[in-house]
Each structure stands twice: as structure tokens, then as C-alpha cells.
Ligand binder design. Structure first.
Ligand SMILES: *[C@@H]1O[C@H](CO)[C@@H](O)[C@H](O)[C@H]1NC(C)=O
Ligand SMILES: *[C@@H]1O[C@H](CO)[C@@H](O)[C@H](O)[C@H]1NC(C)=O
Ligand SMILES: *[C@@H]1O[C@H](CO)[C@@H](O)[C@H](O)[C@H]1NC(C)=O
Ligand SMILES: *[C@@H]1O[C@H](CO)[C@@H](O)[C@H](O)[C@H]1NC(C)=O
Length: 300
């Protein structure tokens, strides 16, 4: 009987229900953050004599006619649409009060994965690529920040505060990169972090993706590409250095104006019996090739 009576009041007496400021009910704590499957308990306290005090909720509903406090208690919270309301029916006006619990049920993601969205294999310097971060089964998504890192440096973050679902969802974020030489060997990763406020766990729970290793291909280039002229005396040892940077690592070949000169396919060439003439080195990889000239003259 009692429950029917309360239902009747709650349903038909909307205009005489007070909540917030003028309400004589206090929830302790007023905001709760609960991990999926964890226990929760909140006390509702009335600050003046109350006829009935209770919690309306799909689970953990309770009421009392003796006390000025009643507990909402769940051993393992797994209900995504739980919105517990504490109500009080009083002897004096306002006759009815209610206070909705600010309840946040959260779940850390099952997985956070990073991948290259529109290509496989090495990247080319100066072209644009999409990296994709995929987050599975996170809630509530409006508290999620996805942070992108290159090495240890945060390069971009993505918030989802405009979304509203309370239950777990899948979300993703795209990072556009235009790799340079310096990106060769760089590691990208993304971190899904739930910022649940001061009532939530500290530090905020986060899940980090595996790193994505980026390899960037670019043609060989010389530190000083211009031709070098060397004056040598008879028997002087000279070193011709054709070392270039490139990715993949360049291979080398030499050409000499003297067809009798045998030169190995090495970046650095050393000899003490070099004849005057022009020596050309070619550094190449599958992206491109560059050549460099060494002009040997005899000291006069
Ligand atoms: C990847 O996508 C970006 C943006 O849509 C585009 O500019 C780029 O050309 C694409 N890269 C490849 C290798 O398809
Ligand atoms: C996201 O990045 C911007 C700069 O790009 C920064 O100002 C802001 O504080 C970052 N937001 C968070 C939540 O870290
Ligand atoms: C990425 O690079 C790190 C070190 O630079 C290495 O330990 C790791 O095995 C690499 N991962 C992949 C998938 O190649
Ligand atoms: C050749 O030049 C490169 C830089 O271009 C340098 O790092 C390297 O030490 C040089 N090698 C010799 C043997 O001088």
C-alpha cells in the first residue's frame, strides 16, 4: 500500500515537488564516480522531520519511515541508465522534495589501437598520411581525451565532450602527418584518458596504444653537394668522402676519367696513388640518385 501511495505522489504531485536549493535533502556524497562493476553507497539525509524518506531506483531502492537518513547501496553497479532519485515526503510545506544523484559510471576501454589509415609500408617524405586511433568500449565518452604523442611529445588531443551517451561506445581520432626526414624511426602512440573530476580515481585512468614505428623514405643528399677540388703532391694520401644521407641507406658507385683506376663501391675512397683527373661518385637508393664530383690536380 505504502509504495502505491508514494508512486501516486511522485506521479501526480509534480508541481508540489521541490528539488535543489529549497529542498531539505542532502546527498552524501553529492557526486559519485563508480567503476563498472564496483560497489557504491550514497546517503540521503533530511534536515527536517520527514514522514517517508527513500530512494527511487531500478536497483537498490529503499525507504524509511523512522530515520532521517537512508542509504542507496549497490554491491556491483553495471546498469548504464541508473538515475537514482532520493525523495522525501514531509509533514510541513514543501510537502515533497527530491534530489537526483549525480552518478557517473565509467569503464576504461577494452583496447586502444593505432594504425596507419590509408597506406602500408614506409612513408614518403613530404606526402600526407592519416594515422588512426581506435578506442573500443569506453564510457562515458564525454569525459574522454585522446592524446596523440610523437615520442614523448604531445602533438594533438581530441575531446568528445559534445557526445552524450552514458553507455560504452567506440570512438576514433585521425591525426594527419606530413613526415620529414626527422620522422624516420619516430614512434607515434595515442593515449585514452578519462578525466572524471576530483571524485574520480587519481591519476585519471588511461590506456596507451602500442607504439607505431614510422619509417620514412627519402633520396640521398650530400652535406656539401658542390664539386671538390683537391691539389695533391706525388704520393700524398687523399680521401674522397661521398657519404650521403638517405633512406633506405644509399649504395655507392664511382667513375673515373682514368679507366684503369679500379674503385670499390664504398662511400669513402682512400688512395696514395691517385692520378689527376675527375672522379664522380653516385649515391643512390630506390627513391633517387645524386652525384658528386672530385677534381684532382697536381700541386705545381
Ligand atoms: C591519405 O589521406 C590523406 C587525407 O585524406 C591524403 O591527403 C593522402 O594523399 C592519403 N595518402 C595516401 C598514401 O593515400
Ligand atoms: C589540447 O591541446 C591544446 C593545444 O593544442 C592545449 O592548449 C590544451 O590544453 C590540450 N587539452 C588538454 C585537455 O590537454
Ligand atoms: C619499433 O621500434 C622499437 C625501437 O625503436 C622496437 O623495439 C620495436 O620492436 C619496433 N616495433 C615494430 C612493430 O617494429
Ligand atoms: C664523411 O663525411 C660524413 C659526413 O658527410 C662524416 O660523417 C664522415 O665521418 C666522413 N668520413 C670520413 C672517413 O671522413
Amino acid at each position: 500500500m505504502e509504495n502505491y501511495f508514494l508512486k501516486w505522489i511522485l506521479t501526480f504531485c509534480m508541481f508540489c515537488t521541490v528539488s535543489g536549493e529549497g529542498c531539505s535533502l542532502e546527498l552524501k556524497p553529492s557526486r559519485v564516480v563508480v567503476g563498472f562493476g564496483e560497489a557504491v553507497s550514497v546517503s540521503c539525509e533530511a534536515s527536517r522531520p520527514v514522514r517517508v524518506l527513500g530512494w527511487e531506483s531500478a536497483i537498490g531502492a529503499a525507504h524509511t519511515q523512522q530515520d532521517r537518513a537512508v542509504q542507496w547501496k549497490v554491491d556491483s553497479l553495471i546498469d548504464w541508465i541508473e538515475e537514482p532519485i532520493c525523495y522525501g515526503v514531509f509533514f510541513t510545506a514543501p510537502r515533497q522534495c527530491e534530489e537526483k544523484l549525480n552518478l557517473i559510471l565509467y569503464k576504461t576501454p577494452d583496447s586502444v589501437t593505432i594504425s596507419s589509415a590509408n597506406h602500408t609500408g614506409p612513408m614518403l617524405e613530404g606526402k600526407e598520411y592519416q594515422l588512426l586511433c581506435d578506442v573500443q568500449n569506453i564510457a562515458p565518452v564525454q569525459y574522454l581525451t585522446l592524446r596523440w604523442y610523437r615520442g614523448q611529445t604531445e602533438v594533438y588531443n581530441h575531446s568528445f565532450s559534445d557526445l552524450t551517451p552514458a553507455s560504452p561506445v567506440q570512438v576514433s581520432s585521425i591525426l594527419l602527418i606530413t613526415p620529414t626526414k626527422a620522422d624516420n624511426g619516430a614512434q607515434y602512440k595515442c593515449v585514452a584518458q578519462l578525466d572524471l573530476g576530483p571524485e574520480g580515481p587519481q591519476p585519471p585512468p588511461s590506456v596507451t596504444s602500442e607504439p607505431l614505428n614510422v619509417s620514412v623514405h627519402y633520396p640521398p643528399s650530400f652535406l656539401s653537394p658542390e664539386a671538390e677540388t683537391l691539389d695533391i703532391g706525388v704520393g700524398d694520401e687523399i680521401t674522397l668522402n661521398c657519404t650521403a644521407t638517405g633512406s633506405p641507406s644509399p649504395v655507392y658507385s664511382w667513375q673515373s676519367s682514368d679507366p684503369k683506376e679500379k674503385m670499390e663501391d664504398q662511400p669513402v675512397f682512400t688512395s696514395s696513388s691517385l692520378l689527376p683527373g675527375t672522379y664522380t661518385c653516385i649515391s643512390s637508393n630506390k627513391i633517387g640518385k645524386k652525384s658528386k664530383q672530385f677534381i684532382i690536380k697536381t700541386k705545381s
